[in-house]
Ligand binder design. Structure first.
Ligand SMILES: [Zn+2]
Length: 322
C-alpha cells in the first residue's frame, strides 16, 4: 500500500522550546534484546506493565519520565515494568527550527497498529512497531506518554471500558478524560491494539501538555508514577511529584464522537482555535472550501485541532462534554 509521508514538518513552534532531546545512547542496549527497551523485573509475581514514550518523536516529556526511572534505578515492588522508547530514530532528528518535523520519519506511529500493516512492515515506523509488538500484546496494562501541539490542558484518552474508566478515576486526574469506542476513533492506535489483547487490562494515553514546555516532564513523571502506584507496584519510599499543571476547569469526561478530515486546502476554522472550544448544536465551526461545518450536537468540544490543515488528513476531533 502507499503510505502518506509524515506531514508535520511545517514551520516553527509558537511556544518556547524549553525541552530538547537528550542523548539516549547509554540506554540503547536494554536487557530485552531490543534496542531502547528495558524490562524492570521485581522477581515477584504481579502485573506486567508497559510505559511507552516517543510514540511521537518530538514529544520529549515521555522520554524524560523514562530517563528519570532508569537513572533512579527504579524497580517495581512486584510484577514487571517494561519501559519503551519507541521512535528514537525520529527523536534524534530534532531540529529546533522545525520542531514538529521529528514527530515521525515515514508515517504517524500511532496509526499503524493494525495486523494488515504489521504483517508487511514497509516503513521505519511499522518495522519498529513489529519489534515492540510482543511487549504490547503481553502487557496487562499500558500507558503511552504523549504531548500536544497547543498549550492546552493535559488529558487522558482511553477506550471506554469499565476497567479503564474505573482505573482513570482512581488516578484522581484533575484534567479532562476523553473516552472513545475502539472502531469509532483513529484506526491503528497503539492502546487500541493493546485493548484487543487485554480486554480486562488498562490501556491509557496521557497527553502531558505542550510538546516543548518544561512542565510536561513533571506531568509525565507524575502520571507514570501514579500509574505504577495504582497497580500496587510503587515502593512507599518513592515520592510522587505534584502534577505539572494546576487543576483545569475543563476537567471532566468527554465522549469522542468523530474525527474530521480536511477535504480541501481551503479548510479554515471560523475563529482561531487551540482546543477545548465548545459549540452548541448548529453553531459554525469551520469552512472547508464551500462546505459549512457546524457542531453536530450540543457541548461539542474541539480536541487537538491541526496547526496546518492538510488535504485528507485529520484536522480536529469532536467530543461531547458529558
Ligand atoms: Zn503524540
Amino acid at each position: 500500500m502507499t503510505v502518506p509521508p509524515c506531514r508535520f514538518s511545517i514551520a516553527a513552534s509558537d511556544a518556547p522550546i524549553e525541552l530538547l532531546p537528550r542523548d539516549l545512547s547509554d540506554w540503547r542496549q536494554g536487557n530485552s534484546g531490543i534496542d531502547y527497551v528495558h524490562r524492570l523485573d521485581s522477581g515477584r509475581d504481579g502485573p506486567e506493565l508497559v510505559i511507552q514514550a516517543l510514540t511521537h518523536g518530538n514529544e520529549i516529556c515521555g522520554a524524560n519520565a523514562l530517563l528519570w526511572l532508569l537513572e533512579h534505578q527504579f524497580r517495581p515492588t512486584k510484577g514487571a515494568l517494561t519501559l519503551i522508547f519507541a521512535n528514537v530514530e525520529a527523536y534524534q532528528t530534532f531540529d529546533p527550527q522545525r520542531p514538529f518535523a521529528s514527530r515521525c520519519l515515514d508515517e504517524d506511529m500511532n496509526r499503524i497498529w493494525l495486523s494488515e500493516r504489521l504483517y508487511h512492515p514497509d516503513t521505519r515506523e511499522t518495522q519498529r512497531a513489529v519489534e515492540l509488538l510482543p511487549y504490547i500484546e503481553n502487557a496487562d496494562s499500558v500507558l503511552d506518554l504523549h504531548s500536544t501541539t497547543f498549550a492546552v490542558a493535559p488529558m487522558l484518552i482511553y477506550p471506554q471500558t469499565s476497567t479503564n474508566r474505573a482505573f482513570a478515576d482512581r488516578l484522581q486526574f484533575p484534567f479532562p478524560h476523553l473516552l472513545y469506542d475502539v472502531g469509532n476513533y483513529h484506526d491503528g492506535i497503539m492502546i487500541s491494539e493493546h485493548q484487543r489483547h487485554a480486554e480486562q487490562g488498562v490501556s491509557i494515553v496521557a497527553e502531558c501538555g505542550q510538546h516543548f514546555a518544561e512542565s510536561t516532564s513533571q506531568q509525565a513523571l507524575a502520571v507514570a508514577l501514579r500509574f505504577i502506584a495504582q497497580h500496587g507496584m510503587l515502593d512507599n519510599a518513592v515520592e510522587i511529584p505534584a502534577w505539572g499543571y494546576a487543576a483545569d476547569h475543563q476537567a471532566g469526561h468527554y465522549r469522542i464522537d468523530r474525527v474530521l478530515h480536511a477535504a480541501t486546502e481551503q479548510f479554515r476554522f471560523v475563529a482561531p482555535v487551540t482546543g477545548f472550544e465548545q459549540y452548541n448544536k448548529g453553531e459554525l465551526i469551520a469552512l472547508d472550501d464551500q462546505t459549512l461545518i457546524a457542531a453536530p450536537f450540543d457541548n461539542c468540544t474541539l480536541i487537538m485541532p491541526a496547526r496546518v490543515p492538510v488535504i485528507g488528513e485529520e484536522v480536529v476531533t469532536l467530543a461531547e462534554r458529558l
